[in-house]
Design a protein around this ligand. Sequence first.
Ligand SMILES: NC(=O)C1=CN([C@@H]2O[C@H](COP(=O)(O)OP(=O)(O)OC[C@H]3O[C@@H](n4cnc5c(N)ncnc54)[C@H](OP(=O)(O)O)[C@@H]3O)[C@@H](O)[C@H]2O)C=CC1
Ligand SMILES: Cc1cn([C@H]2C[C@H](O)[C@@H](COP(=O)(O)OP(=O)(O)O[C@H]3O[C@@H](C)C(=O)[C@@H](O)[C@H]3O)O2)c(=O)[nH]c1=O
Length: 303
Amino acid sequence: MTTTRTIAERPRILLIGANGQVGWELRRTLATLGDVIPASLEGEYGPTIDLMDSAAMARLVEDSAPDAVVNAAAYTAVDKAETDRDIARRINADAVGELGALLAGRGTPIIHYSTDFVFSGNLDRPYREDDVPGPLNVYGETKLGGEQALLSSGARALIFRTSWVYGIRGANFLLTMLRLLKERDELRIVDDQIGSPTWSRMLASATALVLYRVLRGELDLEKVGGLYHLTGSGQVSWYGFASAILENAGLEANLIPIPSSEYPAPARRPLYSVLDNSLFQETFGLSMPDWRLSLKQCLDEKT
Ligand SMILES: NC(=O)C1=CN([C@@H]2O[C@H](COP(=O)(O)OP(=O)(O)OC[C@H]3O[C@@H](n4cnc5c(N)ncnc54)[C@H](OP(=O)(O)O)[C@@H]3O)[C@@H](O)[C@H]2O)C=CC1
Ligand SMILES: Cc1cn([C@H]2C[C@H](O)[C@@H](COP(=O)(O)OP(=O)(O)O[C@H]3O[C@@H](C)C(=O)[C@@H](O)[C@H]3O)O2)c(=O)[nH]c1=O
């Protein structure tokens, strides 16, 4: 097992997927904890890493000798994954298991993200960590595979299942709506899928606060490692979320609520995928703000 540098010695944090929506926020937030090694497919800010390449992954871990790893890389194109199953499985499941095995050998902790789409959406109360998953699409299926592979790899791991992530950067519903609302007078938005929007900034902040305690040795991942739900508080439909975006952005357009059946897509989505954050709150003493507040703060920054 490698020795971990103290906060004063600036621990080395390997951030995989540093150019994604969440990775972009983490690159900033984690910098208060130590030296971030921002690895991405493009290698724009640090080393390049392709999770399809097992040998390159092993080299990256060896060369960067991290004190902790945060994996924000994933195959997130939900509809495209339906016809890209092998690649999605490789990135979202197999590579995560391999990464876990590499880190287990070194005793290095890892934080990884998963999704509300591991659930089928048939419950009538927020999903808890021990509820049985039942993904409706390939993306959810491969992300579930990643959870299982990491948990069985022997790595000291935390997996944060989050949902409906948006922010001022990356491909997300907020930015899609802002773009479409400028181009069109009328938008049809599904009103029967209910979930919890999560601001990427809040997800990155919560991650950093937890990782800080891991790096200080205050949290023993042998005891508290595992799966946690971590999303914005409250719930809403995509139509409700779009209406709030419209209102907060001061735009005018006609939004029409529609059932999912009127918005055909290659991948099925769960109708209800609200996650219960209680376990995260009780374990780490942190709670996430209501989605409405975060949306307002995010838009204040954007405009
Ligand atoms: N977005 C959401 O609504 C939600 C996301 N999550 C999870 O949160 C995490 C972060 O998601 P988010 O930031 O939104 O996703 P993004 O798609 O914005 O970022 C993912 C990053 O992974 C990179 N990537 C893709 N393939 C590879 C590969 N083969 N090797 C290395 N890097 C690769 C992408 O690079 P490139 O851009 O060049 O393709 C991208 O930068 C993921 O685990 C996701 O499953 C969970 C719930 C909701
Ligand atoms: C653009 C648009 C989308 N929609 C619907 C389609 C879909 O059901 C919903 C959201 O569409 P999106 O394509 O933005 O998001 P989608 O790919 O469904 O989002 C998911 O991404 C993955 C990565 C996750 O892990 C999930 O938590 C979730 O955030 O809005 C409309 O009804 N009208 C529209 O004009």
